[in-house]
Design a protein. Structure first.
Length: 330
């Protein structure tokens, strides 16, 4: 039987005018109403929800999940927060590791510097002590060298180690001053040693003293005359040695002395040796204390074998006994 109007609309409303068809049309109308309601709900929720469908292999049951926009936003926010947290944690870990290694390195370097500084301060203190000791020893050497006052100040100055720079400057000053003092002492000692070496101090020959220094009766004329020497009797040919370092100024036949040798020792000191039988030196030769210069004889104005020995200081005859640490008597 024909249906009037729009059949779909009639089914949706459940109002059909065809007689005898109400039993058949009622279920269909209910379906359409349910379908329309689902469409309306899906359209209203299309913006709020998303459906995730998992398609497994053949004949497996489909799995689907409905997720709202709020859940997606929360999930993405969680992922962002976790990622940010992990990145920050990784950066902090790496930064902290680098900082820790650098701090440890700096700590080791600081310990090494502290130890080096302690060693330096100890070495500085030891050096100050040594310089003070050297200054004291230099003063003693200066006294031996005949220097009463080196520079008008005390030789040793002490003090605790404080600021390194001033201490180093002061120690440099002390070292320079000590060097100058040592130069003066060395020069003076060298002069002193040359004076000692050049000063007659031993008998030139071993024998018997037969005539002393001063006034005496001349053995040939019998008149009283001044004798500016010592006469030391010794066997002929006995060695005669230089009593100190010097230079031969004359050597040969000299008046009443016969074969004679004149030595200049410096510092105004001269010695003369007469009546020698033979000479072993010539003018210009340098001799040292103990060197052989000739042999005992009886040349010149002499009455027997002996050595005529004179000492002159600044041109004046001096008793040779004052310049003998030993005695010619054997």
């Amino acid at each position: 039987m024909p249906v009037r109007g729009n059949p779909r609309k009639a089914l949706q409303t459940g109002r059909l005018t065809a007689p005898g068809m109400e039993a058949t049309i009622q279920p269909v109308a209910h379906f359409w109403r349910t379908y329309n309601l689902a469409l309306i709900n899906d359209r209203s929720m299309a913006i709020k929800y998303h459906t995730v469908i998992l398609v497994p292999h053949a004949r497996a049951k489909l799995r689907k999940w409905r997720i709202s926009n709020l859940q997606i936003a929360a999930f993405l926010s969680l992922v962002f927060v976790v990622t940010l947290t992990a990145s920050f944690a990784l950066w902090s870990f790496l930064s902290d590791g680098v900082a820790t290694s650098q701090v440890e390195k700096l700590r080791r370097e600081n310990d090494e510097l502290r130890e080096a500084n302690r060693t330096f301060e100890q070495s500085l203190a030891d050096l100050q002590t040594k310089i003070g000791d050297y200054e004291q020893r230099t003063r003693k050497l200066a006294i031996v060298a005949g220097i009463d006052n080196l520079d008008g100040s005390e030789a040793g100055i002490g003090g605790e180690v404080g600021d390194a720079s001033p201490d180093l400057d002061f120690m440099q000053y002390r070292a320079d001053r000590l060097s100058n003092r040592l130069d003066r002492v060395e020069t003076k000692l060298d002069e002193r040693m040359r004076w000692f070496s050049s000063t007659p101090s031993v008998a030139p020959v071993r024998g018997i003293l037969t005539s002393g220094f001063g006034n005496r009766r001349d053995p040939i004329t019998g008149n009283r005359t001044f004798h500016p020497a010592l006469d030391i009797a010794a066997p002929p040919g006995r060695e005669v040695h230089a009593p100190a370092d010097g230079i031969v100024t004359r050597a040969g036949r000299i008046g009443g002395l016969g074969n004679a040798v004149y030595l200049s020792h410096g510092f105004g000191v001269n010695t003369r040796f007469g009546h020698l039988s033979r000479l072993t030196v010539k003018p210009g030769d340098r001799v040292q204390r103990g060197d052989l210069i000739g042999y005992v004889g009886s040349t010149g104005r002499s009455t027997g074998y002996h050595l005529h020995y004179e000492v002159h200081v600044d041109g004046k005859a001096i008793n040779p006994l004052a310049y003998m640490l030993d005695r010619p008597v054997r």
